[in-house]
Design a protein around this ligand. Structure first.
Ligand code: GDP
Ligand code: IMO
Ligand code: MG
Length: 420
């Protein structure tokens, strides 16, 4: 049986904390898409850790952690991260397996990402510059190198062939930075990668399922950044939604049980692209300050706004969400009034549907106000203690999106979560 935890907004919903919280209930925790563009923050015995490539179940010795075929893996980031996790007393080689089919991010992918963004100028995506787009392009273009290839004797020859291809593209884009140092680091990191358990994940995971083991699939990014259903072209390059679990791990849709969707009590976005409920004012700044809304991967300030229920309902629909986990509710503790976006006004036409593209449209939010709960909720433990105004806010969301908030996260700590 497979449960899924994924983001319902534009990423950074708090997936890392939530996966870390649920991981003790599972035998396997697996990342199924994305790469080092992800930044998942956990607090382990009070120490902050940000994971980019390693699944967020790594601090629970009982679980096998898997990097699935749908992921793109940068060996350099991977090595750095393993060093951090090892220094915290975890034997990474014991509990971390990597799919042979996982695609590699090579240094020229990072260079291509940068060159592509430079060329786009004002219409740039605001990519994390980790090489995600170019790496997935080589996958669908059928040129990529995969983790299994690293074990083959002619790997270097394969690498040189790909590198030459990339060089022509970079020359075309007048990219002149020297990437020799990255390459040295890359080959060193490959040596490190070779010492891990590189396995056929699809057989392993299906065998685990057949034995009655519990698998948790960990999403990266968020549903509104999905390559098909997000705010294209301001999206990432993978399927971030629950369908991606099947292609990203090699499991059947019949095996998927709960889809736990994570949403903040408000909304953020980092990078470019449409964000109808964005607050470009002092209220937005206040949310950013209280919520420490700065990117875990790039440090960039996150754009902040009210919760967007049009997008949230859409995300619940395409993912088949069975339970919602509302995070960062405590960040709204001090606000007098809250608003929710319950429709879009597109040049006078009111709609409750997410249009196929929003970047060339003037989309204004239709807002409804709610009274703030105005109390410190960070130490609450059980649902009966929740302020009535928070319950009213949650009930409205449940009713609008057609799925229920079953957990409220009221702080970054492992123990700061209330089951409703
Ligand atoms: P992810 O990418 O979805 O894992 O989320 P990030 O780690 O990028 O960003 C979430 C941030 O919010 C991190 O700094 C978390 O420590 C923090 N966080 C998670 N849940 C809560 C919560 O309920 N309340 C508060 N105040 N912070 C939270
Ligand atoms: P986690 O897993 C928030 C955004 C980037 C950019 C767009 C494309 O921590 O939630 P990419 O590097 O993928 O080509 O960037 O997607 N983005 C994220 N935003 N959280 C993430 O991951 C993100 N991963 C990518 O800012 O707008
Ligand atoms: Mg993040």
């Amino acid at each position: 049986m497979v449960d899924v935890i994924l983001g319902l907004q534009w990423g950074d919903e708090g997936k890392g904390k939530i996966v870390d919280f649920f991981a003790p209930n599972y035998d396997v925790v697996a990342r199924f898409q994305g790469g080092p563009n992800a930044g998942h923050t956990l607090y382990v015995n009070g120490t902050k850790v940000v994971l980019h490539q390693i699944p967020s179940g790594i601090f629970h010795q009982g679980a096998i952690n898997i990097i699935g075929n749908g992921v793109v893996l940068d060996p350099i980031t991977f090595k750095k991260e393993c060093d951090i996790v090892t220094s915290m007393g975890i034997d990474v080689r014991k509990n971390l397996y990597i799919s042979e089919r996982t695609n590699l991010i090579v240094p020229t992918h990072r260079a291509l990402d940068k060159a592509s963004e430079q060329q786009k100028g004002d219409s740039k995506i605001g990519s994390t510059l980790k090489g995600i787009g170019p790496a997935y392009m080589d996958k669908t273009g059928r040129n990529a190198l995969r983790v299994g290839d690293v074990m083959e004797r002619n790997f270097t020859a394969q690498y040189i062939k790909l590198r030459l291809k990339h060089q022509k593209l970079l020359d075309n884009m007048h990219f002149i930075e020297d990437i020799t140092a990255w390459e040295e680091e890359f080959f060193e990191a490959l040596e490190f990668l070779r010492t891990f358990k590189i396995i056929n994940v699809e057989y392993f995971i299906n065998d685990q399922i057949a034995k009655g083991k519990r698998v948790l699939a960990e999403g990266a990014q968020g549903s509104m950044l999905d390559i098909d259903f997000g705010t294209f072209p301001f999206v990432t390059s993978s399927n971030t939604i629950s369908a991606g679990v099947c292609t990203g791990l090699g499991i059947s849709p019949k095996q998927i049980n709960d889809v736990l969707g994570v949403s903040k009590a408000y909304c953020t976005r980092v990078g470019g692209g449409p964000f109808p409920s964005e607050l470009d004012d002092s209220v937005g700044e206040e949310i950013r300050r209280i919520g420490s809304e700065f990117g875990a991967t790039t440090g960039r300030p996150r754009r902040c706004g009210w919760i967007d229920l049009v997008a949230l309902r859409f995300a619940c629909m395409i993912n088949g969400v069975t339970k919602i986990i509302m995070t960062k509710a405590d960040v709204l503790d001090s606000f007098e009034t809250l608003q929710v976006c319950k429709a879009y006004d597109i040049n006078g036409t009111i709609t409750e549907q997410v249009p196929y593209q929003m970047s060339r449209m003037n989309v204004q939010p239709v807002l409804q106000s709610f009274k703030g709960w105005h109390m410190d909720t960070t130490s609450l433990k059980n649902p009966a203690e929740l302020p009535q105004d928070m319950t009213t806010y949650i009930n409205f969301i449940n009713q609008y999106v057609g799925a229920d908030v079953k957990y409220v996260s009221n702080g970054p700590g492992r123990d700061q979560i209330i089951t409703l």
